[in-house]
Design a protein around this ligand. Structure first.
Ligand code: SAM
Length: 231
């Protein structure tokens, strides 16, 4: 992968960035997403934010190699702290991190959001707590997608501020739009998850150390939901 040839995962993320956006890509690593979008003429400006020095320097190099220093600002800071009021950001991407981490970044930095930005989120696990945060903070889910690449499942969640929405516990777990679309990648992910969770439950039953009852019940509930989903 590089700024010219994105992974399928980042290509799908890129497809949800509105044309002409002023993008903040948080946790940008090499900066491939904003640089690819800028090289294709699809965004107006970008901030590539990084909390760690090595990826920050890698993003600076990608931007420099493509002579995009005037259009893409690479900044070293934690989460949404890289966004400055004058940036006029219209879209924020947070990709390739756990859902809980994305949630925590959004929560601790929400004062930096105007509420007009589109959030394009690609969590690696932890989708349920992330959807919960979106619902609790006035966001509705506009698009959802599950994809499989190199034997990993990835989810993309696109959200914007809207009228309050209430999602059920199952919608928060699977994704409200995923449940309607039932794409082959989504069903494949949950077929694999069902086998995994059934195996975990069987191991729990045989475990030497007792597992807390609420954890066992939670696992059993998830297995019931997944079984119903796939029935
Ligand atoms: N977004 C890219 C992608 O999807 O390919 C890179 C994903 S990489 C696995 C995650 C990046 O997020 C790392 O470079 C890490 O340093 C950065 N990161 C983690 N927590 C962060 C935070 N609080 N603020 C900014 N960047 C963060």
């Amino acid at each position: 992968m590089n700024e010219r040839t994105l992974s399928m995962r980042l290509e799908r993320v890129a497809a949800y960035v509105p044309l002409g956006a002023r993008l903040a890509d948080i946790g940008s690593d090499h900066g491939y997403l904003p640089v690819a979008l800028m090289c294709r003429g699809l965004i107006t400006t970008a901030v590539a934010g990084e909390v760690a020095l090595t990826p920050f320097l890698a993003a600076e190099r990608t931007v420099r190699d493509n002579a995009l220093g005037q259009r893409i600002s690479v900044r070293l800071a934690d989460g949404l702290a890289v966004i400055e009021p004058g940036d006029g950001v219209t879209a924020v991407s947070l990709c390739g991190m756990g859902g809980e981490r994305i949630r925590d970044i959004l929560d601790s930095g929400k004062a930096r959001l105007s509420g007009d930005e589109r959030l394009i989120l690609q969590p690696n696990g932890g989708e349920q707590p992330l959807r919960q945060w979106l619902m609790d903070n006035g966001y509705g889910i506009l698009c959802e997608e599950v994809l499989r690449e190199n034997r990993f499942n990835y989810e993309i969640i696109v959200a914007e501020c809207m009228e309050p929405v209430r999602y059920s516990a199952e919608q928060l777990y699977f994704g409200p739009l995923n449940l309607v679309q039932r794409s082959p990648a989504f069903l494949g992910k949950w077929q694999r998850m069902l086998r995994l969770k059934q195996r975990t439950l069987a191991n729990v039953a045989r475990a030497q150390q007792p597992v807390p009852e609420d954890k066992v019940q939670e696992l059993a509930q998830q297995i019931r939901w997944i079984t119903q989903l796939l029935a």
